[in-house]
Unconditional design. Structure first.
Length: 259
């Protein structure tokens, strides 16, 4: 199933430093509106909440770790969010183990939202996670990489495991692809303001692409917007250098929170 929430080259401007966190709800509301437009019959739109390298350089948001370069911030659409306890949940991972977010206290959590049948941006984000894990080195034991399923039609534990194996995410010891009953998934989507539109099993899944960085105290600290480009054939891709930069950026933010 092809994910339709994806990507392009234009982006809304990032909020000025100091206002980025307060604007998170408005930023994600943009995505919900976009999803509705797509499903209403408009042509599939290519939009991301980041600016490609070489585009306009925006003012550096306050609070971003100094180790993350301006180019990486621009690439990732990285912004601070209000420091507050991340919405809790208990779901089941790809190995059939029940896992609560609160059980991960003491570690940094890199939290994403993925479709196990996605052939668009999710495999790219998966590679970035694998790269980030490798970049973390000795600090990797202090970081958990997790994703919540957004595909209500493929919500079995077996779907999470198959995807995790296919994308080599199981090479990350602290990887958890989480799923559960659809009502429970919806609560998590709502808690993190993730818009999901899936009108039928054969339709494109449209959902907000977002990466949350949660600190060891269980508090939301930063948010980033995954991205990709598309070839004329419609296939998604991201240049190897940008995938590597994403991995490095994820690792640098996680490393700063872990120390």
């Amino acid at each position: 199933m092809r994910e339709a929430d994806t990507v392009g080259t234009a982006a809304p401007a990032r909020p000025a430093p100091g206002s980025a966190g307060a604007s998170r709800r408005g930023w994600l509301t943009f995505w919900a509106s976009l999803a509705a437009i797509i499903l209403a019959g408009a042509a599939v739109l290519a939009v991301v909440a980041v600016t490609h390298p070489g585009g306009p350089q925006l003012a550096r948001p306050s609070g971003i770790p100094a180790s993350v370069s301006d180019a990486q911030i621009n690439l990732m659409g990285l912004s601070p969010v209000p420091v507050r306890v991340a919405p809790g949940f208990t779901l089941t991972d790809q190995d059939g183990r029940a896992l609560s977010l609160s059980a991960l206290r003491g570690k940094v959590v890199v939290l994403e939202f993925m479709d196990p049948h996605c052939t668009d941006i999710c495999p790219i984000v998966s590679q970035e996670n694998v790269d980030a894990y490798r970049d973390l080195g000795a600090l990797a034991a202090k970081v958990v990489f997790a994703a919540v399923n957004v595909n209500q039609y493929h919500a079995a534990v077996a779907d999470m495991l198959a995807y995790s194996r296919e994308q080599r995410l199981i090479t990350i010891p602290g990887w958890h692809f989480l799923t559960g009953p659809v009502p429970d998934l919806r609560k998590v989507w709502d808690g993190y303001e993730i818009a999901v539109q899936a009108p039928s099993p054969d339709a494109d899944i449209v959902h907000t692409s977002a990466v949350y960085f949660i600190d060891p105290a269980g508090r939301e600290r930063f948010i980033a917007a995954p991205m990709a480009d598309h070839a004329s054939s419609g296939a998604s891709y991201l240049p190897a250098g940008q995938i590597a930069a994403w991995g490095q950026g994820i690792a640098q933010v996680a490393r700063a929170l872990a120390r």
